[in-house]
Design a protein around this ligand. Structure first.
Ligand code: FES
Length: 152
């Protein structure tokens, strides 16, 4: 059993503490926005925020997320309004198949939290651990730049 707080909602989940957080989120809680890509912490598809910091949920056991604030892609919108990073990805069509997008967006949110006005180089470096197999990197960078310009 684990007590997890996901997108502001605390719930007890019947799961082995060693289970990757990704599977608790997707299968126990039913939030399927977070994707499984490589399962090895390399691609970024499974990125969620833990107390505001990006983590690879495929490699993070449920036990180390207990008692912390977990934010998934479903938790970004507020009062029916998309998060500025979500809106910027839409505006820039920063995806093709869309599989990497939730993890990309979570990575971008974390990047802009730690560096609200990143240069192009800083965006490239900050998003390095996120792989897009469709190769939409230019549009992803444009989306992050747009979201940064809307920051405060
Ligand atoms: Fe977790 Fe690829 S699925 S990093």
């Amino acid at each position: 059993m684990a007590r997890l707080t996901i997108n502001g909602k605390t719930q007890d989940i019947n799961v082995d503490p060693n289970t990757p957080l990704l599977w608790a989120i997707r299968e126990q809680v039913g939030l399927t926005g977070t994707k499984y890509g490589c399962g090895e912490g390399q691609c970024g598809a499974c990125t969620v925020l833990l107390d505001g910091k990006p983590i690879r949920s495929c490699r993070t056991p449920v036990s180390s997320a207990a008692g912390k604030r977990i934010t998934t892609i479903e938790g970004l919108e507020q009062d029916g309004r998309l998060h500025p990073v979500q809106q910027a990805f839409l505006d820039n069509e920063a995806f093709q198949c869309g599989y990497c997008t939730p993890g990309m967006i979570m990575g971008a949110v974390a990047l802009l939290t730690s560096n609200p006005r990143p240069s192009e180089q800083e965006i490239l470096r900050g998003m390095q651990g996120h792989i897009c197999r469709c190769g939409t990197y230019q549009r992803i960078v444009a989306a992050v730049e747009q979201a940064a310009n809307r920051n405060g």
